[in-house]
Ligand binder design. Sequence first.
Ligand code: GDP
Length: 751
Amino acid sequence: MKKIRIYELSKQINVSNKDILKELEKMGITGKTHSSNIDMQTAEELRDRFGKKEEPKEERVVEERTEEKEKVSEDKPAVAVEEVEEDEEEIVIPDRFKKEIVDQKIEKLKSKSLQRAFQAIRKIEPKRKFEPKPHRKAAKTKSQPAEKVFQPQQPISTAAPRKKAIKIAEGTTVKEFAELIGKKVSDVIKKFMELGSMVTINQPVDLDAAVLVADSFGINIETVSEPDLEAEEIVKVEDRPEDLKSRAPVVTVMGHVDHGKTSLLDAIRQTKVTETEAGGITQHIGAYKVNLKGKDIVFLDTPGHEAFTTMRARGAQVTDIVVLVVAADDGVMPQTVEAINHAKAAGVPIVVAVNKIDKPEANPQKVRTQLAEYDIVPEEWGGKNIFVDVSAKKKMGIEDLLEMILLQAEIMELKANPNRPAMGVIIESKLDRGRGPVATVLVQQGTLKIGDPFVSGTTYGRVRALIDDTGNRIDEAGPSTPVEVIGFSEVPQAGDQFVVVENERTAKQIAMQRQHRQRLAQVAKTRKVKLDELFKQIQEGQIKELNIIIKGDVQGSVEAIKGALEKIQHPEVKVNVIHTAIGGITESDVMLASASKAIIIGFNVRPEPKAVKAAEKEGVDVRLYNVIYEAIEDVKKALEGLLEPTLREKVIGRAEVRQLFPISRIGTVAGCYVLEGVIQRASDGIRVVRDNIVVYEGKIASLKRFKEDVREVQAGYECGILIENFNDIKVGDILENFIIEKVKQTLDSKK
Ligand code: GDP
């Protein structure tokens, strides 16, 4: 019986899959997805319903496929382009018609995107790596109605009786492209050159241009550039209001070090778990559930804002409520403020647990007053934050705290649909010796069951076992349940989405495709907020708010920069300072910037080495200044698109001071070890950094190896450095040697 896939029909009649599925439901046909087959009669009926008359020659008909047939292609080597010979009778597309499509396509290209296409080719980064499409289904797009299998070795003859649809995926290199269309690389490159584009053999081709080049050889190709949205489609399942059931809140505990976060988590677990049959023995799976008067609360076991923000930077918002622990004997401390800013940036409500009230010097009222400065105001004072006084040590107020969390949750009306394929987030993962890759999933939607196939980030699998927070094996886990899952192909990353899909094969396809896209994306650079590109991003409508984090050496300058930045008025963009603090730029600052799409301004401070790495990885723009005015001007200019090519310093080397040699009448020579890069006497300057704070900036007066004056000293060697007019050097100081470079800006707006 002749059948047609829904997405093929969708393409033919130009009606979205979603609308077709809706219409099918009206016709009483349910349980279909966009890749399901329907019979021709139903297709006909649909055409009528959408007022699209059938044009018999246009349609592509494929026979219903059996699992076997699909398997064959799955085992094939992954290829970007797929081509198959189908039975003569099945294909009803006359050549003439295909030609028409080609002509139209080319017309379109010629008119509009041609130029863009060729511009794009020139801009393509040569590093972009080609990763073949793993499977024909993963490579499906709207423009690819028939599913075909490509045999790479098969000679491609233009005289074939049927037209072939060669598919080419994003990331295909010139060489691969040439092979696919069966032409010599040199000929292909020549064609690109004729079109005004210089390409090299291993450079990825621009898809639009490739269509034209292939056409000039009389070959029809189709591009496969759209992402496979299967997993995302499930995410987007719209739950009807009546399907939603209330779910337990998920809580993260934050606060300053030693204020009692861990003690509080332990106290909660102990008081609540001993009441259950598990007898107080809990399994550490990264989160646990407690029950108060029939209602559940989930606590994430990793306290602190680092984990919270790292997850958020990865796109996972897991926490519903933040419990901010503040020790009543210590009050608001820097990390308290940091936690507040991280929670605020995420838009998560804060419940304050004023801890250590058992201590005689405890002053819970003072904590309230201090927090009010940060806009955390108790309800009894007319604010919107719940405060609870507790003692984690004496287990006082724990029940109150839980009750208040439930109250906060009630206000939030947290809901989820338990009757749908499960979806969640990885909150912890590890490679277990006996069990293989294991991860704790916090189920957010639906119910996760044994046997469910799933995809998570770039890994996939099938649920082989589920273990809850008391160490018991369970068969299923509903919304707001942390559960350890066994059955991953590889260890997923904390913060990765976890989505149950139709079958394991689909899961694998999606995972592979994501790996492919991830590689492309890494090269294509993450599109984070960059001051240099700000104006362009504003024009593209990508930015409505410019979030800024300010770190400085003294409170006064931080406040001054904050005040000035917040006064900047811009018709389209609001400037928000989301976090300020004293001290060097930390990894946590970078993660906050990444999660909140912020830039970091450092005033007289340096980033920690870990922060430098994180900023590079996350693509966060870190700007370092030592003149307040310059910091403010740069932001202003960037907002107006006037950021001129500036001089920017580049650190060429770092040395650590290991010994001091005071020499009379000359000064203190720093005996140094060059940690990285190179120290050059003729560089533009050297900076003395102590605990990530810049204490001095000047020039090198002399650079010596042993007694000899030298021009430069490489990493791994010792040297003596004398800094002009500066003798207050200390052992452990880091000397940063820099040069000033002219930086080209990439603002298109500048004429
Ligand atoms: P964290 O760094 O925020 O996780 O803090 P911890 O939970 O490790 O607690 C730090 C110290 O404070 C430990 O020595 C605890 O015993 C102590 N502590 C925690 N809660 C209380 C409390 O309610 N009362 C008293 N007196 N000490 C506490």
